[in-house]
Design a protein around this ligand. Structure first.
Ligand SMILES: [Zn+2]
Length: 261
């Protein structure tokens, strides 16, 4: 009798707990402020790409139809990647966008969230990131710049280009409250191999940036571990870079970030 009672009360507590959890879940997924949310599978893929090599990697967030700040997938395109920069291939981006349209998605779902990683610990956008964001996404009604740093810190900024406009730093959440699929290392690795082309950052530095997508969507910044790279160079190559930097004072704004470490 007593045992039965205990069981009943356990059951009751369980159902109370479930109710509480559901309540919390509802509160969690309906924030009053904009939040950039990631399906855990999409987040895991982003981490896989970030950690796969020692370069920056970039791509686009594919979002839900009814929640344009919910990233369900992270997709990359062919790109030349260095520890300092990524340069998307123009045609590859056009192909990606075409395939997204064919899949029934609207541009708001695949061409508004620009994601890239930094191989150092700072997710702070570089001055070149800012310039790129303005130039490439400035004509969209809204867009998000998202940066994920090696150490796990991230940065997300939503920018409205209509109405009163203006930027808004938004929190980033990996949303475990919804069901999500498993990892797919084989497919991720194949995509990584197909799309990410490592290049020496000294080759793309300065005016030697690859043509093409650089004009539309690109990222280009001083790497966080640039001192190490600089030290590893041949003296003549190093001098060439230093001369380039002297000619490009705008690049040095990044050094403020570097000094924070
Ligand atoms: Zn960047």
């Amino acid at each position: 009798m007593n045992q039965k009672k205990t069981q009943q009360s356990t059951r009751k507590n369980k159902s109370d707990n479930q109710q509480n959890q559901e309540q919390k879940r509802r509160e969690f997924v309906q924030p009053s402020e904009p939040v950039l949310r990631f399906l855990p599978t999409a987040w895991a893929k982003l981490l896989y790409f970030r950690d796969r090599g020692q370069t920056e990697i970039g791509g686009f967030g594919i979002t839900k139809t009814d929640d344009l700040l919910y990233v369900e997938d992270f997709v990359t395109v062919k790109q030349a990647a260095t520890g300092a920069s990524i340069s998307f291939d123009d045609e590859a981006v056009a192909d990606l966008f075409d395939s997204q349209v064919d899949a029934g998605r609207k541009p708001e779902q695949f061409a508004r969230i620009w994601l890239h990683s930094h191989p150092g610990n700072s997710p702070q956008p570089s001055s070149i990131d800012e310039e790129t964001f303005r130039r490439v996404f400035g004509n969209c009604q809204w867009a998000v710049m998202f940066v994920l740093a090696l150490g796990g810190k991230s940065y997300a900024r939503l920018r409205f280009n209509v109405g009163p406009g203006g930027p808004l730093i938004v929190p980033v959440v990996v949303d475990y409250t919804q069901s999500f699929g498993p990892s797919d290392y084989e497919a991720w690795e194949a995509e990584y191999q197909a799309n990410i082309k490592h290049t020496s950052w000294s080759k793309t530095f300065g005016s030697q940036i690859e043509p093409g997508f650089e004009e539309n969507v690109s990222n280009y910044s001083v790497p966080d571990d640039w001192l190490e790279e600089l030290e590893a160079m041949e003296p003549s190559e190093r001098q060439c870079i230093l001369d380039e930097l002297a000619d490009r004072p705008d690049l040095w704004s990044e050094s403020e970030v570097i000094c924070e470490y």
